[in-house]
Design a binder for this molecule. Structure first.
Ligand code: AMP
Length: 298
C-alpha cells in the first residue's frame, strides 16, 4: 500500500540525482510515479499528484519551466514562478522528491539531439499555432523519463494534444512507462485551472467563462443529436466571438492522432484555443465521456 511521505520532499537538482533516487527506490522494490510540471502549482497539478501518490510507493514531481517548448515571442520570461509555495504544496501532498533542475543542467552547451513529432499530431492546431512547441515538449518529457525511469507518469487531459504526443512518444521510444491521463480540474465557474489564469484581469476572468460555456453549448447540441463536426465547431466559435474572445482554433478531432472528423462520435474531442487580451488559453471536452464543464445557457 503506497505511503505518502510525511517529510519534506528530497530536493534533486540534476538528472543524475534523479536517476540515483529512482534507481534506489526501484532497487528497494518501490514503484515510482512521476508528475512533470512547470510549477506555479494549482489544483489541477494537485489532482495529478494525489493520483500519483495513491498509485505509487514513491512520487517525484518535476518543476521546470522548459524553454524549449516556448516560441521566441511567447511568455517564457514572465511565466509565473513560485518555488516556495510549490515546495510547501508538495510537502503537504506527501510527495517524496522534487526534481528542480536549472536550464543549464537540462540543456548544457553542445546539445545536438532533438525530437520531431511527425504528421498532423505535431503540425496541426497547437502545433500550427506554436511551431516547435511539441518538439520541445517531447524533448523534455523524454529526458525526464530517461533520467527518472518511472513506472508511471501523469499528465492532464486539459492539454489534450500534449497527452496524445506523450502517449505516442512513450510507446514509440519503448520507454515502458505507463502514461496516466487525468481529468481536467475546473474552477467553480467551469474555467479550467491554469497557471496562466493569473495573467487575467478581473474583467478578463469573467470574460473567460465563455470558454467552458461555449463547450457546454456544443455538448448540449451533440447530446441533442447534432453530429456534424462543422456545426459543433461553429457553435463554439460563435459563442467565443460573441463574448469578445479572439478565436485561434476550434476543431473536433480524433483523440489519438488529432485529425479532424466530419461526423462527431463518442471519444472525439472538441479542442479550442482563444485569446483574451494578451492571454492565450486552451480547453477541451471529450464527447460522450466528459460531463459539460458548466451549466448550459451561462
Ligand atoms: P504545466 O505545469 O502547465 O506544464 O502542467 C503540468 C501538468 O499538469 C500537465 O500534464 C497539465 O496537463 C496538467 N494540468 C494543468 N492544468 C490542469 C488542469 N486544470 N486539470 C488537470 N491537469 C492539469
Amino acid at each position: 500500500m503506497p505511503t505518502p511521505s510525511t517529510d519534506t520532499p528530497e530536493l534533486l537538482s540534476t538528472p543524475d540525482d534523479l536517476r540515483r533516487w529512482s534507481t534506489a527506490s526501484r532497487t528497494a522494490g518501490r514503484s515510482v510515479g512521476m508528475v512533470p510540471t512547470m510549477g506555479a502549482l494549482h489544483a489541477g497539478h494537485r489532482a495529478l499528484i494525489d493520483r500519483a501518490v495513491a498509485d505509487n510507493d514513491r512520487v517525484v514531481v518535476s518543476i521546470f519551466v522548459n524553454p524549449a517548448q516556448f516560441g521566441p515571442t511567447e511568455d517564457f520570461a514572465r511565466y509565473p514562478r513560485n518555488m516556495d509555495a510549490d515546495l510547501a504544496m508538495l510537502a503537504a501532498a506527501g510527495v517524496h522528491a522534487a526534481f528542480v533542475p536549472t536550464v543549464e543542467t537540462m540543456y548544457p552547451a553542445g546539445l545536438v539531439t532533438g525530437l520531431d513529432i511527425a504528421g498532423p499530431l505535431g503540425a496541426r492546431l497547437e502545433g500550427a499555432s506554436r511551431p516547435g512547441h511539441f518538439n520541445g515538449v517531447a524533448l523534455v518529457v523524454t529526458k525526464l523519463l530517461v533520467a527518472g525511469i518511472p513506472d508511471r507518469a501523469y499528465f492532464g487531459q486539459k492539454d489534450a494534444q500534449q497527452c496524445a504526443v506523450v502517449c505516442h512518444l512513450a510507446r514509440d521510444l519503448d520507454t515502458g512507462v505507463e502514461i496516466v491521463v487525468c481529468p481536467t480540474v475546473r474552477d467553480t465557474d467551469g474555467l479550467a485551472v491554469s497557471s496562466r489564469n493569473v495573467y487575467l484581469s478581473p474583467e478578463e476572468r469573467v470574460q473567460a467563462r465563455a470558454i467552458p460555456s461555449s463547450l457546454a453549448e456544443a455538448m448540449g447540441r451533440y447530446e441533442a443529436g447534432e453530429r456534424d463536426a462543422t456545426a459543433l465547431a461553429t457553435t463554439v466559435r460563435s459563442h467565443l466571438a460573441n463574448a469578445g474572445l479572439d478565436v485561434d482554433y476550434v476543431a473536433v478531432v480524433r483523440a489519438d492522432d488529432f485529425t479532424e472528423v466530419e461526423k462527431a462520435a463518442p471519444t472525439n474531442q472538441i479542442v479550442l484555443a482563444a485569446r483574451i487580451g494578451n492571454t492565450r488559453l486552451i480547453d477541451v471536452v471529450r464527447l460522450g465521456v466528459d460531463t459539460a464543464p458548466v451549466g448550459r445557457g451561462v
